[in-house]
Design a protein around this ligand. Structure first.
Ligand SMILES: [Zn+2]
Length: 307
């Protein structure tokens, strides 16, 4: 899978066969009625459901983020692999040059692939008994002269012209990031309460607003960065800061123009890679397969709304 010379990265037919094998290990699944293994082939890559009430036609990309695209499937697979295996992401300009598709197509593809990377449905809370979760905020975008605006966060404002991201990371586990309007107890409380198990041990910096929020959890420890305290026993926020540093290097180095509207998608991308990282035993090939399994189910909702 990781070899860029693999046939499914080079040839459309091989790409279709590869994706069919991955998505349909027990035979073709009709995306219209959900019946597995009864469809028959009408021509290469085209299937017809054999169920009496259905009888609809489909292919392996129907009901996925690749649906209704003129871009050859092997280019989709390659784009997905590149986005999954590049630690800081890959720009649409780079993808446009690498794949030989237009910039517009590359932009469209990366956003579709981010949909595949985004979580599917409700996720169980992070943490739990004996587990430690770090929470912190960071700022994205805005002007260079305002880069120290983070100092004002304790007044309950966002940075000047910047977007606020709040992330929670379970040590040795997963991260979850949220775009919020401002940093206040009112915006952070629902994030923490919904995403974090009440039995967790919570670690934050000593932003005053975390004090009342921390009471909802088994333990809350805060380090006071303001007076130069970064670690006290196992109280620290180094894990979440490590995550933010990858995210920020990607956002400033690769994705230079990210509007507030799209920030959520970029967060899904960085969260996805972190949550399927090498340290958890997932290599580039396996990470790409996880994303490929996430391509389904997104277009279906789209089509219903459009109808
Ligand atoms: Zn069917």
């Amino acid at each position: 899978m990781s070899n860029l010379n693999s046939p499914h990265f080079q040839n459309e037919e091989a790409a279709r066969e590869y994706l069919e094998k991955l998505r349909w290990p027990s035979g073709a699944v009709c995306p219209h009625c959900g019946v597995i293994g009864t469809a028959y082939t009408t021509k290469r890559g085209k299937y017809r459901c054999a169920e009496k009430e259905c009888r609809k036609d489909f292919s392996v990309t129907i009901g996925t983020v690749y649906e209704r695209s003129h871009i050859p499937l092997h280019k989709w697979l390659l784009a997905t692999y590149l986005l999954c295996s590049s630690k800081k992401g890959i720009s649409s300009h780079q993808l446009h040059r690498t794949l030989g598709v237009t910039y517009k197509s590359a932009w469209f593809m990366t956003h579709r692939i981010r949909e595949a990377m985004a979580p599917h449905g409700e996720l169980p809370p992070l943490g739990g008994k004996g587990k430690t979760v770090e929470a912190d905020e960071t700022y994205v975008g805005g002007k260079e002269k305002n880069k120290h605006a983070k100092d004002r966060k304790h007044l309950g404002r966002g940075g000047v012209g910047k977007e606020v991201v709040v992330s929670l990371v379970e040590r040795g586990g997963k991260v979850r990031s949220h775009h919020v309007q401002h940093v206040t107890a009112a915006t952070l409380r629902p994030v923490l309460n919904e995403q974090l198990h009440a039995d967790s041990r919570l670690m934050t910096d000593e932003a005053r607003l975390y004090i009342p929020l921390g009471k909802a959890f088994a333990e809350h420890h805060a380090v006071n960065h303001g007076i130069g305290e970064y670690v006290r026993g196992d109280a620290h926020t180094n894990t979440i800061e490590g995550y933010f540093s990858i995210f920020k290097r990607g956002m400033t180095g690769v994705y230079q123009h990210c509007s507030a509207d799209h920030l959520k998608r970029y967060l899904a991308e960085f969260d996805f890679r972190y949550n399927s990282r090498e340290g958890l035993g997932v290599d580039d090939a396996a990470r790409t397969e996880i994303a490929l399994k996430g391509i389904e189910g997104k277009r279906l909702t789209y089509r219903r709304t459009a109808a």
